[in-house]
Design a protein around this ligand. Structure first.
Ligand SMILES: Nc1nc(=O)c2c([nH]1)NC[C@@H]1CN(c3ccc(C(=O)N[C@@H](CCC(=O)O)C(=O)O)cc3)CN21
Ligand SMILES: CC(C)C(=O)C(=O)O
Ligand SMILES: [Mg+2]
Length: 310
């Protein structure tokens, strides 16, 4: 393990080959699980990179987790692009996938390709992700034809949650599950390099898995998928409040951060911070000269009230 960083940022990950569409497929074939985590800025990107995750998703969940909105619908291409560029600067080997936001790809193949190209050209995305089957399969095919890898997303698709009747698990009826299988096969046929399945019964995912040749990343789809994804804030416990059933919190950083800031506030109020070690020194002779010039300024005769020589 070499400690030398290869670029201006300092990640602690052991050297590893950059993740590619091909290496992800090999992982699937070898039965090695694929790890995906969302990231939204430079520090989160350096953490997921250092932890060695395979894929990083710059999710439109930024709308709720970073911007404090109550759904992903209002997220814009420009807002997400700024976050995507920050993430890009913190990544080296992890494969970066960018969510296309609601309204940036649905209306036509042309708009889909144009939006996808912005994430690639302006932020260094290695793939884009879009939600849904049906006509969205055509959008996926158009982006793939333009030379950009596409990740599909079926099941609970938060951008169209209103049409789904809310943020509800999907595929709980035979009809829904059958439609999902058809959409998954169609997305694969359209050339998607991977598929995300969100909030569906584990048994439905299990039936689907043998039918798919592309890597499948689950979030609330049980243990049979080729990989798992969680949202950064969920995994680390960075937000207050209840989480979806599919979330496991591996830390409780919200509490840890409140405690740290609370301690800072207490030390400022007590005069305990800053200590000598946090303050700057001036050479004694410079301090003496400085005090001398101050004394001159303060009315030692030959100056007017503003300190100018009389
Ligand atoms: N922090 C966070 N994590 C996410 O996974 C996430 C976001 N935000 N924002 C955008 C979307 C919204 N997502 C969500 C949000 C809520 C549920 C949820 O509470 N689901 C219920 C399902 C109830 C049911 O179907 O009966 C659950 O209890 O899991 C699921 C996905 C996924 N995305
Ligand atoms: C939950 C994942 C799959 C996602 O789409 C997001 O974070 O936006
Ligand atoms: Mg998303």
């Amino acid at each position: 393990m070499s400690a030398s960083p290869r670029s201006s940022f300092d990640v602690q990950a052991p050297d590893r080959a950059p993740v590619t569409v091909t290496s992800l497929l090999e992982k699937k074939h070898h039965g090695e699980k694929i790890v995906m985590v969302t990231a939204y800025d430079y520090p989160s990107a350096t953490v997921v990179e250092a932890a060695g995750v395979d894929m990083v998703l710059v999710g439109d969940s930024a709308a709720t987790t970073v911007l404090g909105l109550d759904s992903t619908v209002p997220a814009t291409v420009d807002e997400l692009l700024m976050l995507n560029r920050a993430v890009r600067r913190g990544l080296r080997a992890s494969f970066m996938v960018s969510d296309l936001p609601f309204g940036s790809y649905e209306a036509s193949d042309y708009e889909a390709v144009k939006s996808a190209q912005r994430f690639v050209k302006e932020a260094g995305a290695q793939a884009v992700k879009l939600e849904g089957g049906g006509v969205m399969v055509d959008r996926a095919r158009a982006i793939v034809a333009a030379g950009i890898p596409v990740v599909g997303h079926l099941g609970l698709t938060p951008q169209t949650a209103t049409a789904l009747g809310g943020l509800r698990a999907q595929g709980k009826s035979a009809e829904q599950a059958t439609k999902m299988v058809a959409d998954a096969l169609a997305l694969q046929d359209a050339g998607c390099c991977a598929l995300v399945l969100e909030a569906i019964p584990a048994a439905v995912a299990e039936e689907l898995m043998p039918l798919l040749e592309i890597p499948v990343i689950g979030i609330g789809a049980g243990a049979s998928t080729d990989g798992q994804v969680l949202v950064w804030h969920d995994l680390l416990g960075l937000l207050e409040g209840r989480t979806a059933k599919f979330v496991k919190q591996y830390a409780h950083l919200h509490q840890a951060m409140v405690a740290a800031v609370h301690q800072f506030a207490g030390e400022v109020r007590d005069g305990e911070f800053p200590g000598r070690e946090h303050t700057y020194a001036i050479p004694p002779e410079e301090l003496q000269r400085f005090q001398g010039s101050l004394a001159q300024l303060h009315g030692h005769g030959d100056h007017d009230v503003e300190g100018h020589p009389a």
